[in-house]
Design a protein around this ligand. Structure first.
Ligand code: NAI
Ligand code: OAA
Length: 341
């Protein structure tokens, strides 16, 4: 039985990612991964296969899902695995799903911004969101595909068109930014990374990634120059990986880790666990940008309560101000794409 109560404004630590595997889930869910054969999709599917909150794992991609599913299905965990290959099988994949995770789309190469992926990924997310809206309108949708600042508005506009929009059920996954902030802060301060919890708000691209180090738990402090360096490192961490991978892709393993953590938090909240909090990019009234990531209390129908920005120090408040232009532009671009296509 679940008994853990998370304090609001906290996020889960790393060891909790695997906790569901050793606990007894009350309700198990059918979970789909769209883009399951990819660099993120495969390790994410492995982590979800290992999660006791998952009864059925529906793997969809435009290629190679039979092989991925056959391989995964031999793991001696309870989740049943099924492969769905190509658009003709997408509807069957989605029927009955309570949670859908979407890492489908092309990754960056060195020199590209996340926004440079828009031309390819916007239509991928549009088509997948439409299938979700038609086949599992009540499912919680977790969007990993970049540019997240635009793909979440894209999915939302598609749901509006289909007539099933519920902003409490559509999330942009920014968990990797929190995972990175926790890791870098723990390294800098010699802390146990599993005890560190630093909210990251805003969006998921460059200057829109805003670590709120002043709200870190346990409290940490840095001289201003060091705080700025740490902030910039968190903002550029995706690029750090893109450059290290030298043209072969972007973060996959750490993203699978982060995506599995977010999906597990959603599943636990669906199961009635109270006090589950994650930062995520959602429809929001917290700032002048109509989508914004803040700590979110998750519940049985997705977003239960937006916990807001909390108290910011001047440096952080200025980062929020500086992010507004880019964030609003990316949101508008996503919405326009659906209105014009
Ligand atoms: N939100 C975040 O923090 C992060 C987001 N990403 C983003 O995740 C996305 C995926 O990255 P990777 O897995 O590394 O790429 P990848 O290229 O290794 O895998 C993408 C998969 O999507 C599949 N795909 C393409 N079109 C599809 C469609 N219409 N329907 C279903 N599947 C389709 C491909 O066949 C491929 O298997 C990229 O857009 C990347 O920028 C990556 C890291 C972090
Ligand atoms: O940097 C990228 O393109 C992939 C990503 O979103 C991340 O690693 O944060």
């Amino acid at each position: 039985m679940f008994s853990r109560i998370l304090r609001p404004r906290t996020v889960q630590n790393a060891s909790e990612l695997f906790r569901a595997f050793s606990s007894t889930a009350q309700n198990q869910a059918r979970v789909a991964v769209l883009g399951a054969s990819g660099g993120i999709g495969q390790p994410l599917a492995l982590l979800l296969k290992n999660n006791r909150n998952v009864s059925e794992l529906a793997l969809y991609d435009i290629l190679n899902t039979p092989g991925v599913a056959a391989d995964l299905s031999h793991c001696s965990t309870r989740a049943r695995v099924a492969a769905y290959n190509g658009p003709d099988q997408l509807a069957d994949c989605l029927k009955g799903c309570e949670v859908v995770v979407i890492p489908a789309g092309v990754p960056r190469k060195p020199g590209m911004t996340r926004d440079d992926l828009f031309n390819t990924n916007a239509s991928i997310v549009r088509d997948l969101a439409q299938a979700c809206a038609q086949n599992c309108p009540k499912a919680i949708i977790c969007i990993i595909a970049n540019p997240v600042n635009s793909t979440v508005p894209i999915a939302s506009e598609v749901y509006k068109k289909v007539g099933v929009y519920d902003p409490k059920r559509i999330f942009g996954v920014t968990t990797l930014d929190i995972v990175r902030a926790n890791t870098f802060i723990a390294e800098a301060k010699g802390l146990d990374v599993e005890q560190v919890n630093c909210p990251v708000i805003g969006g998921h691209a460059g200057a829109t990634i805003i670590p709120i180090i002043s709200q870190c738990s346990p409290p940490v402090s840095f001289p201003q120059e060091e705080r700025e360096k740490l902030t910039v490192r968190i903002q550029n961490a995706g690029t750090e990986v893109v450059e290290a991978k030298a043209g072969t892709g972007s973060a996959t393993l750490s993203m699978a880790f982060a995506g599995a953590r977010f999906a597990n938090s959603v599943l636990e909240a669906l199961n009635g666990v109270e006090g589950v909090v994650e930062c995520a990019y959602v429809k929001s009234d917290e700032t002048e940008a109509s989508y914004f990531s803040t700590p979110i209390l998750l519940g049985k129908t997705g977003l239960e309560k937006n916990l807001g920005l909390g108290k910011l120090v001047e440096y952080e408040a200025n980062l929020v101000k500086a992010a507004m232009g880019e964030l609003k532009g990316s949101i508008q671009k996503g919405e326009d794409f659906i209105h014009k296509n």
